[in-house]
Structures are given as structure tokens and as C-alpha cells.
Design a protein around this ligand. Structure first.
Ligand code: HEC
Length: 168
């Protein structure tokens, strides 16, 4: 009986070690504020634009200029909204990577139970947004922008507006 148990443990250990073999562990590159400015801010603005501009009728792509203008028509309209929702959902993963710091040098408060709740709120809002965008439903998507704004707000109220920032 004991032998079977040991064999099972060895087997499970072997599986665990081979499944991630060779993959580098996720590693933060920027501060939390930099991730917010680089990923959450621009993508949530794309979502908020759904309220004022119909993604079903995107403006014509601007010709000339730099890469951003030249390629602005490639993933436009509802696809751009879908992509922004996915970027926000993925950013929920990024802000749970261990080792990231806030701009003031304090660790991102990953161990606080409400951090997990706020991250899940962001993920859920991104999900609702993605479903609405895939359905090409502007009314539902506009409503979902309120969920997104709430998800940002609840966490900011607790951790961004705190003095100093990122303190429980
Ligand atoms: C789970 C918590 C959490 C969520 C959710 C969250 N934020 Fe943040 N955000 C923070 C914290 C904490 C800071 C301060 C980070 C620092 O000082 O390094 C911050 C900072 C920022 C900043 C930088 C402000 C500055 O100092 O320039 C922006 C922009 C921002 N957030 C946008 C957003 C947007 C938009 C959303 C929603 C789509 C969002 N955040 C969702 C916690 C969160």
C-alpha cells in the first residue's frame, strides 16, 4: 500500500516537472502604473468609445503617416473592440504576476484578499464586453463599459487613491 502511494507521488511529481520544463517563469517588466498606462488605459478607452462612436461604422483608415495611421483600418470596428476586451482580460493575468512593484517601490498587494476580488471584477467586465462585441450588440457593449469603469474604480478607490499607494 505504501509502495503504491510512493509510486503515485513520484508519477505526479514527474508530470508536474515536465509540464513546465524549459519555460521561463513569468516576470514583470514594468511597474504597476506602467502596465496600467501602457495596456489598461489605451484599451479601456477603445471600449469607452463605443458609447460615442458606432463600431459597426468605423471611420475610413487614414492614408499615409506612420504605422499607426497606415494600419488603423486592419483590425478596426468591432474587431478592435473585441481585441481591447481581450487585452483587458489578459491584463488581469499580468497584474497577478508575482514580483511586480508599484511606482513607489511597494510590492503590488497580491496577498490582500480584496486584490483577487478586484482582479476578478476586471476579468468579468472584460468577459461581458467581449460577449457583447462578438454579438455586435452596441447597446449591450455600451452597458458593459459601465462594468469596466466600475472594475477600475473599485480597485483604484482601495489602492490607487490610498496614501501611500498600494497599501492595504
Ligand atoms: C486590481 C486593481 C486595479 C484595477 C482592476 C485597475 N487598476 Fe489602475 N491602478 C491600480 C493601482 C494600485 C495603481 C497605482 C499603481 C502605481 O502607483 O504603480 C493604478 C494606476 C493606474 C493608472 C496610472 C495613474 C498614474 O499615476 O498615472 C492608470 C492610467 C490606471 N490605473 C488605469 C486603469 C484602468 C483604465 C483600469 C480599468 C480598465 C484599471 N486601472 C484597473 C490598481 C488597479
Amino acid at each position: 500500500m505504501r509502495f503504491v502511494g510512493t509510486a503515485l507521488v513520484l508519477l505526479l511529481t514527474a508530470c508536474a516537472s515536465t509540464s513546465t520544463a524549459g519555460l521561463p517563469a513569468p516576470e514583470p517588466m514594468g511597474t504597476l502604473a506602467e502596465v496600467m498606462r501602457g495596456i489598461l488605459f489605451p484599451n479601456s478607452n477603445i471600449l469607452f468609445d463605443v458609447q460615442s462612436a458606432d463600431p459597426g461604422n468605423p471611420p475610413p483608415a487614414a492614408a499615409g503617416g506612420g504605422a499607426t495611421a497606415t494600419f488603423s483600418g486592419i483590425y478596426a470596428g468591432w474587431q478592435m473592440v473585441e481585441n481591447a476586451a481581450i487585452a483587458l482580460g489578459e491584463s488581469a493575468n499580468l497584474i497577478t504576476i508575482p514580483g511586480r512593484r508599484c511606482e513607489n517601490g511597494r510590492p503590488v498587494p497580491l496577498s490582500q484578499p480584496n486584490w483577487a476580488v478586484f482582479v476578478q471584477g476586471l476579468r468579468d467586465a472584460a468577459d461581458v464586453m467581449l460577449v457583447a462585441a462578438r454579438a455586435r450588440n452596441r447597446e449591450a457593449a455600451s452597458d458593459a463599459t459601465n462594468d469596466v469603469a466600475d472594475a477600475c474604480y473599485f480597485c483604484h478607490e482601495a489602492y490607487r487613491d490610498a496614501e501611500p499607494r498600494c497599501t492595504p
